[in-house]
Design a protein around this ligand. Structure first.
Ligand code: NAP
Length: 484
């Protein structure tokens, strides 16, 4: 029997005011695993009003109290790490042992870091040209934040929004992705148990275009933290008006392999970035640009990495890759592969859904070669376990191909030349570059984000950089003359 879940509004667990619900179907088993209330306009209104009412109270808790709340939420997540990870795996599909359990721990780490980062936030005192005056520059919370998250990391993406918001003194209304709302419910349980005051955190479920958009347009919402696809992000940005926005969107990160690279390490880095979460990661290795002189040897190493991939039930210990999450994403992957093959690419491995599993969402790790710009698998975000190999002849050409898509979120470069590493880092149009490291690399405290001239978004996720994003700079000029 599927479990029935509730929303969390103004400190109370509740159903939808209309009684409407929707189902969550596990990509692992095909079973309905959750019945969720679908928020009505009235529910969303109530959630936003509660967050609005509490914003002035919450920001006046002491920094120590808000920091302690973050630590207590982290503790509550850690206490329930096993059941939360199991729920996450069953609704999302990633491997429990390789990734799912770690996602709960990383979410807690984000919250613990937020307390530390809060205490290290710098303020400034500026001199004035006029005697007796000083100019203070400090950060203030924006107020009510709408957090809208994707399904590929159902716990850590929200944690990347919640941790800086709770630390800085914002209140929140959260809408998880409709494919993975159970992790949102679990997060809310941890937040309630940690003692976060009533109304400070609110959870609603429902379709992005209605529930999410209501949050985006609402006049009492002061800031929007969005992680998701480029198309959605652009629509949200166009409707956000003058609200503060933090936009974390998609990527087509290439790994560039120069002829002087350690080819085995480059192949392993590509594989890590490509097969993690079945390729459903914004910074997965979505393209490999390899120099023509080393393409053959590199490809051999890359094919060897397939020996370490085991597709199967993500709760099994030896399984490294579970099913993909949802049908539209799989159909996009199939479309990109079919178009590439039609236009002359060759299939070296995989290429289709795997048989013999409880659902048709298990997809074979796929390697394509002879891919060129102009194919969808090169130009667009494929978001599945697909590695397209593109050949280049010199660095100018590699640079041109790397920069030719609109989604340069995170890139990777393998080379043993410091000179060339420097050359590329100055020219690649990307928010993040990993040198001799997989495109799939990140750590929670580092700034991670998109870059101008692309459709990857703006603002940084990670550590104190996100506290800066969810606050605003307030300048206070004080005339000390005639004061006592
Ligand atoms: P998505 O379709 O854009 O959905 C993301 C969230 O936005 C979901 O909660 C969705 O609700 C909601 N939404 C959809 N349409 C909306 C609208 N018109 N107004 C307001 N909200 C709306 O993205 P996804 O498929 O869940 O996630 C995959 C994407 O996220 C990929 O492109 C990936 O690269 C990107 N991503 C980026 C980062 C990063 O840090 N840059 C990290 C992770 C993922 P529903 O679920 O109800 O549709």
């Amino acid at each position: 029997m599927a479990e029935k879940y509730q929303m969390y509004i103004d400190g109370e667990w509740c159903e939808s005011s209309t009684g409407e619900t929707f189902e969550v179907v596990s990509p692992v088993t095909g079973e309905v695993i959750g019945i969720m209330p679908k928020a009505s306009e009235e529910d969303v209104e109530r959630a936003i009003k509660a967050a609005h009412r509490e914003k002035e109270n919450y920001k006046f808790l002491s920094d120590e109290e808000r920091g302690a709340l973050c630590v207590r939420i982290a503790e509550e997540l850690e206490k329930e790490a096993e059941p939360f990870a199991k729920d996450l795996v069953m609704e999302q599909g990633k491997s429990y042992y390789q990734e799912g359990y770690g996602e709960i721990i990383e979410s807690a780490e984000n919250l613990r870091n937020a307390r530390e980062d809060l205490f290290r936030m710098p303020g400034e005192v500026l001199y004035s040209k006029i005697n007796g005056r000083k100019i203070f520059v400090k950060r203030e919370p924006a107020g009510v934040y709408a957090s809208i998250c994707p399904w590929n990391f159902p716990l850590v993406m929200p944690a990347e929004h919640f941790a800086p918001c709770f630390a800085a003194g914002n209140t929140l209304v959260f809408k998880p992705a409709s494919y993975t709302p159970i992790s949102g419910f679990n997060f809310a349980k941890a937040i309630e148990r940690a003692g976060v005051p009533k109304g400070v955190f609110n959870l609603v479920y429902g379709p992005g275009p209605s529930v999410g958009m209501q949050m985006v347009k609402h006049p009492l919402v002061n800031g929007i933290a969005f992680t998701g696809e480029d198309k959605t992000g652009i629509e949200i940005q166009n409707n956000a008006g003058l609200k503060q926005t933090l936009m974390e969107m998609g990527g087509t990160g290439p790994e560039i392999v120069r002829p002087d690279a350690d080819l085995k390490a480059a192949a392993e880095g590509a594989a890590y970035g490509a097969w993690m979460n079945a390729g459903q990661v914004c910074c997965s290795t979505q393209r490999i640009l390899v120099h023509k002189d080393v393409k053959e040897e590199f490809t051999k190493y890359l094919l060897d990495t397939l020996n370490d991939v085991k597709l199967g039930n993500p709760m099994d210990k030896d399984v490294t890759m579970g099913p993909m999450n949802n049908e539209p994403t799989i159909q996009k992957v199939e479309l990109h592969i079919a178009e590439a093959l039609e236009k002359g690419a060759k299939l070296l491995a995989g290429g289709k859904r795997a048989s013999g599993f409880p659902t048709d969402k298990y997809f074979e790790p796929t390697i394509l070669t002879d891919v060129v710009p102009g194919m969808m698998v090169h130009d667009l975000e494929t978001f599945g376990p697909v590695l397209p190999i593109i050949e280049f002849s010199d660095d100018e050409e590699a640079l041109k191909i790397a920069n030719s898509t609109k989604l340069g979120l995170q890139m990777s470069l393998y080379t043993s030349s410091l000179k060339w590493a420097y050359w590329y880092q100055e020219r690649l149009r990307t928010g993040n570059l990993c040198v001799n490291e997989s495109a799939g690399f990140w750590e929670p405290h580092q700034p991670f984000g998109g870059c101008p001239g692309t459709e990857t978004g703006h603002g940084s996720i990670g550590g104190r950089y996100t506290i800066e994003e969810v606050t605003f700079r307030k300048t206070i000029t004080v005339n000390f003359n005639n004061c006592y």
